[in-house]
Write a protein that binds this ligand. Structure first.
Ligand code: XMP
Length: 320
């Protein structure tokens, strides 16, 4: 049972100091690797790791092909300005291959997990001699995985899997007693810029969590393009998280007077504080209509856009 640190008890400076010390103690004079995804959690872990380990920490962004448009470039620029050098590792083909033919949500999550931890990290760890992986698991990830709702791609020990045995390296999780709101406060204490801390959450399995059915290069491109439009339209909404989801069933549309049996995008926009429960944001119709028009105009093959009005529970935030 992990002891939660709630917002009332959280002293961010003390938290940062204690975590940095315990990372340093665990790693000693060894080398640790940390995977930066650009999300709030992994960004906070990166800063924490650098404070604790300096040059003993190697920070990488794995370009898994499941990221948002321009993501690796944007993230590496922000961290460069913070004095943290980030290496980009191109593993797009490996991830696409591992997802080929899979339609079951948990099998897709498992494929991303295995490619990430066993193949890509396994290789990095062997090459660099690192024995530790620093990662940004938070308490919500653990709760949902243990409850069997979703296999969060970054949860091992809590499922009874020993990472050392299964993967050949140890995993350090400095944020595991916090939830999202606490992580943001810790990040502020570490000097992360607001443009990074204020980012909406993005899941480990990336856009694969937003494609119903098989993940292919073409379908990734479709959801990625729709994501750009949704994120731009809702950036000022104040919502907790928003996204585009690509459905697998098609519907009949009409373009230039001709039948077009096309694809469907579902937009979700959530109000929430910690992602355990969430309600759909009451967005103005003008915004919804503009998003629908932009998506059907600019994303090839899409003829239908819907807005999800279901709360979590029974929905979840991501589609798979
Ligand atoms: P769900 O879809 O379970 O999402 O309601 C709750 C929050 O967690 C994020 N999420 C993930 N984050 N790895 C992550 O790091 C994952 O596998 C994962 N799945 C969901 C989701 O974006 C939301 O903020």
């Amino acid at each position: 049972m992990i002891q939660e640190i709630g917002l009332k008890e959280l002293d961010p400076d003390k938290f940062v100091e204690e975590q940095a010390e315990s990372i340093k103690a665990a790693v000693g004079d060894g080398i640790a690797i940390n995977a930066l995804s650009g999300g709030v959690d992994s960004s906070v872990v990166t800063m924490l790791g650098h404070r604790a380990l300096g040059r003993q920490l190697r920070t990488v962004i794995v370009q898994n092909g499941l990221l948002r448009e321009g993501e690796t470039e944007w993230v590496s620029t922000v961290f460069h300005e913070l004095g943290v050098e980030v290496e980009i590792i191109d593993a797009r083909m490996e991830f696409l291959d591992s997802l080929k033919g899979l339609t079951d949500p948990e099998e897709k999550r498992e494929a991303v997990t295995n490619t990430f931890y066993k193949r890509v990290f396994g290789r990095l760890v062997r090459e660099s001699g690192a024995r530790f992986l620093l990662q940004g698991t938070i308490l919500t990830d653990v709760d949902e995985t243990v409850a069997g709702i979703k296999r969060q791609h970054n949860v091992f020990a809590q499922l009874g899997i020993d990472p050392e045995e299964a993967l050949g390296y140890q995993i350090i999780e400095p944020l595991v007693r916090l939830r999202k709101d606490g992580v943001r406060i810790a990040g502020r204490a570490l000097g992360l810029p607001e443009e990074m801390l204020g980012r909406i959450p993005f899941p480990g399995p990336g856009l694969a969590a937003r494609i119903i059915g098989e993940v292919t290069a073409e379908r990734l491109e479709t959801v990625r393009k729709a994501t750009v439009i949704v994120e731009k339209a809702l950036a000022g909404s104040g919502a907790f998280q928003y996204m585009a989801i690509l459905h697998s069933d098609r519907v009949t549309g009409v373009r230039e007077g001709r039948r077009d049996f096309g694809q469907q995008i579902e937009v979700r926009c959530w109000d929430s504080t910690d992602s355990r429960t969430a309600t759909p944001s009451r967005l103005p119709y003008e915004i919804l209509e503009k998003m629908a028009a932009d998506i059907t105009d600019q994303v090839p093959g899409v003829v239908s856009v819907t807005y999800n009005i279901t709360a979590k529970p029974p929905s979840t935030i991501e589609a798979i």
